[in-house]
Design a protein. Structure first.
Length: 186
């Protein structure tokens, strides 16, 4: 299959079966992109997700663009982004046209109440897998916990957190390098 068509169909499937937004698609991306297609490793995916999150725009589109670009350059990025967006666009268009007619039906309301907790689980499951890949352990578990609390409790913009943590990582890396250099000199 043509790699561009493969990107389009793969990301269309991911986009079609993702309920709950970009983060809910992480398990599907891991399955299709990492395990099945081998377009990226687990470590690369974690890095791409970090960059996609820190860039302006929709996470799902950003991650598809990065993976599409890795696989097929600019054209690959375009096909992956269209593949991700098209199913959602068509579904949202259909819902917008029909929602007013069905929103007060009890079964539809109950269905949405049932979907909400499942979406939380869809988001939580890859978080634990990403934590393992990112080497979160008992010594650094406080970092994601503090970040989550700052965002949740104090409504701090995630961009400020990303910039602050990136600066902290740079400073920590320099301190470690300085310590290693001192040990080598001794």
């Amino acid at each position: 299959m043509n790699k561009y068509l493969e990107l389009l169909t793969t990301f269309s499937k991911i986009g079609l079966f993702t309920i709950g937004g970009g983060y809910a698609m992480i398990p599907l991306i891991q399955e299709k992109v990492v395990a099945e297609k081998k377009w990226a490793s687990e470590e690369e995916l974690v890095d791409l997700m970090a960059v996609a999150q820190s860039c302006p725009g929709i996470f799902a589109i950003n991650i598809s663009i990065f993976i599409g670009n890795k696989v097929g350059g600019t054209r690959g990025a375009t096909f992956a982004a269209v593949g991700t967006a098209l199913p959602s666009f068509l579904i949202i268009l259909a819902i917008a046209l029909l929602f007013q007619q069905f929103r007060d039906i009890a079964i539809v309301e109950k269905m949405f109440r049932g979907i909400r907790p499942a979406v939380v689980a869809l988001i939580a499951a890859p978080v634990f897998k990403m934590a393992k890949t990112a080497k979160v352990n008992r010594y650094n578990i406080w970092i994601p916990l503090v970040v989550a609390l700052l965002i949740w409790q104090f409504d701090i913009n995630p961009i400020y957190i990303i910039v602050l943590v990136a600066l902290g990582g740079i400073i920590w890396g320099r301190i470690q390098n300085d310590n290693e250099e001192e040990e080598e000199e001794e």
